[in-house]
Design a protein around this ligand. Structure first.
Ligand code: ZN
Ligand code: ZN
Length: 351
């Protein structure tokens, strides 16, 4: 049986620490790199959480919390209409579509000997996608149709070109790409895709929550889309897997790089009272915070959308964790009619 884990694996921690180390030494100005997650305006500014600076953020979006380089255009305010018909004002956020503070990595092993750099969810649990996992697929799914490697050479079938990324990652699934580990890169899609959102400046609670099955939950402070859950069953029905990386993201040709899970790479705005850090905003305007506070505790009073209210921050969400294939549970607030979250490719991708 392949090892299955529900907490962050040693591999994830190792890769994450490696990525952080790269950030610290791969840049001409290491201070700017470390602090890039704090100041939306001036990357040279020395203030930031790593220096002990903190802020108890208030309810709703503050444009200055987006990290330097995370937006492709200045965030502006404009008129918008909520899905309940109310006319209000919104921030127009054009996310850069590429994380400001971590590298993108491969997600599929190249041979059945390789160690994992990506993760897949099996029955709601995160599994390391290493060579032995690829070999075990027929057993895992109890179906001999799974044969994602060449038994003579041990080579794993991985999408290697833009054409293969497009064909394998599309819906409906191309049967010619059964038994592929789907891995797309920003090079395959011509670089990062900017994603536009209209986010209410004054979030309002809805009478009923909005499902996020086909609706992007929001955007991270480091410039990446929080995507709705990957359609794992459909992907597997085509004898494919489309792993996520150590940061919970991967690339598809519809919206580029996006997160399906929050695995601790985003950083965020540290809260002075020890509450979990702010990592992004939901499309209804409420903030999204990390799962746990500075003591590793998860709030006990979260609603099904993963939200609750406190005196400092008003209503806000706490992210789900590893193996959840989702960022938050649903939207408690009213989103904007046509509020974005789509790339130039348009329709919803499966992966
Ligand atoms: Zn909270
Ligand atoms: Zn995806």
């Amino acid at each position: 049986m392949h090892p299955i884990h529900t907490t962050r694996s040693t591999l994830q921690m190792t890769l994450l620490l490696g990525a952080l180390a790269m950030l610290g030494c791969g840049d001409g100005d290491p201070d700017a790199s470390v602090d890039a997650g704090v100041d939306a305006v001036d990357p040279e500014d020395d203030s930031g959480s790593s220096d002990g600076v903190c802020e108890n953020t208030s309810q709703g979006m503050s444009p200055e919390h987006f990290f330097a380089g995370s937006v492709a255009e200045e965030i502006v305010e404009e008129d918008c209409t909520l899905t309940n018909g109310v006319e209000t004002t919104c921030y127009r956020v054009v996310a850069a579509g590429e994380p400001t503070n971590h590298e993108l990595t491969t997600v599929c092993p190249r041979t059945i000997e390789d160690e994992a750099t990506g993760f897949w969810n099996i029955d709601g649990q995160s599994v390391d996608v290493d060579g032995p996992f690829i070999v075990s697929l027929a057993t895992v799914f109890d179906d001999p149709s799974w044969q994602m490697y060449d038994p003579d050479t041990g080579k794993v079938f991985v999408t290697e070109t833009a054409e293969e990324c497009l064909a394998a990652g599309g819906m409906p699934l191309d049967p010619g790409y059964a038994n592929y580990c789907v891995e797309c890169t920003l090079e395959h899609i011509g670089g990062a895709m900017t994603i536009e959102y209209l986010i209410p400046t004054r979030p309002v609670m809805a009478d009923e929550p909005t499902e996020l099955a086909q609706l992007a939950p929001g955007v991270s402070l480091n410039g990446v889309q929080f995507e709705f859950p990957a359609d794992i069953d459909t992907i597997e029905s085509g004898l494919q897997i489309a792993p996520i990386d150590v940061c919970g993201g991967h690339v598809n040709f519809n919206i580029g790089y996006h997160y399906h899970e929050e695995l601790g790479c985003i950083g965020g705005v540290e809260q002075c009272d020890g509450h979990a850090a702010l990592i992004g905003y939901a499309r209804d305007g409420f903030g999204i915070y990390e799962m746990t506070d500075e003591n590793g505790e998860e709030p006990a009073d979260l609603d099904p959308c993963r939200g609750h209210t406190d005196d400092a921050r008003g209503y806000h969400y706490h992210a789900l964790g590893v193996g959840e294939n989702a960022i938050i549970g649903c939207l408690s607030g009213v989103p904007v009619e046509g509020g974005g979250g789509m790339g130039p490719g348009g329709g919803p991708p499966g992966m």
